[in-house]
Ligand binder design. Structure first.
Ligand code: GLV
Ligand code: MN
Ligand code: MN
Length: 435
């Protein structure tokens, strides 16, 4: 499934790289021949190869690489005067400027969700170098692990651990589709899993985190602009409905004798759509259903149904989930089944830091300001550090799909916009970037 890296040898001389060129180097990594697109799950072969690519790109730029206690990669460009970021760093509180995104993908995802932000960050470092921008402030490129939650079920796992938004015990116990725990998989990848968890010293050093991301809708296409500044992220979460009935034989069990949880699951899928349509602005999705044992000629004994629900108003999201649950109970009872609902994760609506956003719009006066229905590490970090986002135009408007797309020129325009923002933040005197 996973291909290797292509492109420049690691000892090539440092030269400004284009975002498109950087992404071309990883275009064969983690391709999914079955689903199409990319399946790059945290700590699998593809994502591990992308980590190696991250380290090589950092070293090419003489950035100092470290893996934090939660498995995030940080590549530091030290400040003039030697101020360093990271653990034990000498930069003062709030001195560091951080940019980056993630390397993992959803199953069968596109090429840009995550890697565009990391590649744009490296390209922006090159632009800053070419412009001769030096600063007392350290700058880091970061790649967070398991942003999609595609392997262990909780989105933004790395940034949640960093920010203290999930307990280390819960994270360690999360399991993947093969029943392996996050603790086992991360330990095998070299992480000291006894040390995962909040990292207040690291957070205290960060004055601003700016994540560039492919736009996951058509806002910029409709506005005819290549780059936007982010304003907010819709509240969103994941819930699991486990419906239990009676496993039985598909040929010998008469239709009226069945207690088939798959029939109830179908009712939940339809309820999700109907309830979301009844609440303006709500989105509710069942993208994953797992029958147990899962045989063509077997009436399932249990079906797990995962619901993703989102709305700008957290109370509406709660009402949507409660109503879907009410309908799930009714449809399960009618089928002689039982249903149990578990919330797997939730994050309320996030409004990015006003002061930092104002700085971005000062630097990029042409850029429209857009909110997004997609989740990001920036949304998790917004509760602990001043955070902002940039979006790069996606001509298809499609994401979490191989159809996700970015034109090479737009990718470069995004990197230039990011460099402009970073330059402005780095050249701030040593006082809080935002107050
Ligand atoms: C991640 O991309 C999400 O929005 O779930
Ligand atoms: Mn993403
Ligand atoms: Mn995504």
């Amino acid at each position: 499934m996973s291909g290797g890296l292509t492109g420049r040898p690691t000892d090539a001389p440092t030269a400004p790289a284009s975002v498109a060129g950087l992404l071309r180097d990883i275009a064969d990594v983690g391709r999914d021949a079955t689903r199409g697109g990319y399946s790059r799950f945290v700590y699998d072969d593809g994502e591990t190869t992308l980590r190696e690519w991250f380290v090589a790109e950092a070293e090419r730029r003489s950035l100092e690489v470290e893996t934090d206690r939660n498995g995030a990669l940080w590549a530091w460009r030290h400040g003039t005067g030697g101020a360093t970021g990271g653990p034990g760093g000498t930069a003062g509180p709030g001195a560091a400027v951080v940019t980056g995104s993630h390397l993992d993908s959803v199953p069968g995802g596109g090429a840009y969700d995550g890697p565009l932000g990391v590649a744009s960050a490296f390209a922006a470092v090159d632009l800053l170098d070419a412009r001769g921008v030096r600063s007392e402030r350290p700058l880091a490129v970061v790649a967070f692990p398991e942003e999609e939650g595609a392997r262990f079920g909780v989105a933004c796992l790395g940034s949640r651990l960093l920010a203290g938004a999930i307990t280390p015990d819960r994270a360690r116990a999360l399991t993947d589709a093969d029943g392996l725990t996050f603790a086992e998989v991360a330990a095998r990848a070299g992480l000291d899993v006894d040390r995962i968890g909040p990292d207040p010293a690291r957070l205290a050093a960060i004055g601003a985190f700016v994540e560039l991301h492919v736009e996951q809708g058509r806002g910029l296409v409709d506005l005819g602009e290549p780059v936007a500044v982010g304003s907010a992220i819709l509240g969103h979460g994941r819930w699991r409905f486990s419906v239990t009935g009676q496993g039985n034989h598909a040929g010998t069990t008469l239709m009226l004798d069945r207690r088939d949880p798959m029939v109830a699951a179908a009712g939940i899928v339809l309820a999700a759509r109907e309830v979301a349509i009844d609440h303006a602005g709500a989105r509710a999705t069942v993208g994953r259903v797992q029958p147990v044992p899962g045989g063509t000629n077997v009436i399932a004994s249990r079906v797990d149904v995962w619901l993703d629900a989102r709305h700008p108003d957290d109370a509406v999201t709660a009402a949507v989930v409660a109503e879907i649950h009410r309908r799930a109970v009714a449809v399960a009872e009618a089928e002689g089944c039982e249903v149990v609902l578990v919330e797997e994760s939730y994050g309320g609506t996030v409004h990015f830091d006003d002061g930092l956003r104002a700085r971005l719009t000062d630097v990029l006066p042409q850029a429209p300001v857009l909110d997004t229905g997609a989740g990001h590490d920036a949304g998790v970090l917004a509760s602990v550090v001043p955070t902002a986002m940039l979006f790069t135009r996606n001509p298809t408007g499609v994401s979490h799909s191989p159809e996700e797309s970015v034109e090479d020129d737009d990718a470069q325009t995004g990197a230039v916009a990011l460099a402009d923002v970073l330059e402005s933040l780095l050249l701030r005197p040593q006082e809080p970037i935002v107050s």
